[in-house]
Ligand binder design. Structure first.
Ligand SMILES: CC(=O)SCCNC(=O)CCNC(=O)[C@H](O)C(C)(C)COP(=O)(O)OP(=O)(O)OC[C@H]1O[C@@H](n2cnc3c(N)ncnc32)[C@H](O)[C@@H]1OP(=O)(O)O
Length: 410
């Protein structure tokens, strides 16, 4: 059943509290005051699409205006968020209408070639052309079984501080790394305040968040970790958990020093951490299986403008391929596109030439950050090879030297 009776309206400044109420019901939660203020601080009312039934807000879909690192480039990307439909109004097509409207607006504005999101459930977004572009490694492990290599001689030093006091240094390290980390989003001052905000009502019995900084021998900060801990006791004594939210290191020395401390904190026995699927931690510890890594979903990418998106990223090897794309929601994307390029740049133009490969727009989203091979998608029946050899030729070009990773749910 499709509910076309209720109109879609645009959010207004001052309207956050009714959105918060919808969010609380749809996500089975309460937003205590501090968290609510943090969410309000980043909300963009003009990008908030809302559906009212009488006076009641019953559905929403929003977006943040941010940049996303993609292989070899940084592109504007609609960061889709706050998607919720009231239980009394679900499965009537409201989300479908909101997604169509949102994609149409992003496309027509012509500024953002892709949209990106973290999904609460993986089955919601493929029908709207979103592909799972980045996975993450979830680590919940016992640290006492793990050993790291000895530090190198000129290691630098570690310092502890309050994250907010070090925002400028964290931003510098993050920005230097961001350029080559597909899936990371930019953080302006407002976003840094949000990321470092650490509302007391969200700590779930753990400490406030701390920052561990690594300083190179010349005193420059070249790595940091945001972490907190939660102490607990069992019959044998203290068995706290170290909860690591973010590790950003500019070199192997800094990374090793940070992890050596995080994995060996007194009174802790366990670690909780989310990282990229190619996280160097897997290569640092002496017993990788003891990290008990689990792969789960991270970023979903929706290619909104096929030629603009494909031309915006870089390719690891020379590529010259004609792709036949289908897109039910944004028909301008449907057609044959010739992509040429390589590590220094790319072009993507419409063509009448025969296609080498065929796929839907969701598969393009999956491929976009270089997190999965075209051959893998072909093996899953999601990309068709129309010219023998086309897959093997295109596969190395679409890959990237770093696995994509999402940096924080938005
Ligand atoms: C980026 C983010 O914000 S992610 C957060 C998403 N929000 C949530 O998870 C909050 C709780 N859930 C909800 O608010 C709603 O159930 C939503 C937003 C997921 C779905 O909204 P609805 O208005 O019910 O979706 P809509 O009616 O348009 O459904 C479209 C289709 O998707 C299917 N679908 C929608 N949500 C789900 C789901 N969670 N699981 C399985 N199928 C789903 C519907 O069955 C329907 O399929 P059909 O066309 O074959 O009948």
């Amino acid at each position: 059943m499709t509910d076309t009776a209720l109109p879609i309206t645009v959010g207004r400044a001052g309207g956050f509290d009714e959105l918060a109420r919808l969010f609380e019901i749809a996500f089975h939660t309460t937003l205590p005051a501090e968290t609510r203020e943090a969410e309000r601080s980043i909300w963009e009312p003009q990008r908030s699409l809302l559906v009212f039934d009488g006076a009641d807000l019953v559905a929403s879909a929003g977006a943040y205006t941010r940049e996303l690192t993609v292989p070899g480039a940084v592109v504007p990307a609609a960061h889709v968020t706050m998607v919720a439909v009231l239980p009394t109004h679900r499965r009537r097509g409201l989300l479908t209408r909101l997604m169509r409207r949102q994609l149409r607006e992003v496309r027509d504005a012509g500024r953002e070639p892709v949209a990106v999101l973290w999904a609460s459930e993986g089955r919601i977004y493929p029908r709207f052309g979103y592909g799972l572009a980045a996975q993450q490694l979830a680590v919940e492990c016992t640290t006492t079984e793990l050993r790291l290599p000895a530090p190198t001689a000129a290691e630098g030093r570690l310092r502890l501080d309050r994250p907010a006091a070090r925002q400028a240094e964290l931003a510098r390290v993050y920005d230097r790394q961001r350029a080559d980390r597909p899936g990371w989003s930019d953080r302006d001052d407002r976003w840094w305040r949000y990321v470092l905000g650490d509302p007391a009502d969200q700590r779930d019995g753990a400490t406030e968040r701390r920052v561990l900084l690594h300083e190179a021998p010349d005193g420059e900060v070249d790595g940091y970790a945001l972490w907190r801990s939660r102490l607990s006791q069992d019959a044998a004594g203290a068995c706290g958990v170290t909860i690591v939210d973010e590790v950003v290191a500019e070199n192997a020395t800094a990374r090793l020093a940070l992890w050596r401390l995080l994995l060996s904190l007194d009174l802790t026995r366990r670690l909780s951490y989310r990282g990229p699927v190619d996280d160097p931690l897997l290569r640092l510890v002496n017993e990788p299986r003891r990290l008990e890594p689990r792969v789960s979903d991270a970023l979903w990418v929706r290619v909104v403008d096929v030629p603009a998106a494909l031309a915006a990223r870089r390719y690891a090897a020379a590529v010259d391929v004609v792709v036949e794309v289908t897109d039910e929601l944004l028909p301008e994307n449907t057609g044959r596109w010739r992509l040429t390029g390589g590590p220094d740049g790319a072009r993507c133009v419409p063509t009448d030439a025969p296609a080498d490969l065929a796929c839907d727009v969701r598969a393009l989203g999956e491929l976009y950050l270089g997190g999965v091979g075209i051959t893998t998608l072909a093996d899953a029946g999601r990309v068709a090879e129309l010219r023998p050899g086309a897959l093997a030729a295109a596969d190395p070009a679409f890959s990237w030297h770093r696995a994509p990773a999402g940096m924080g749910v938005f």
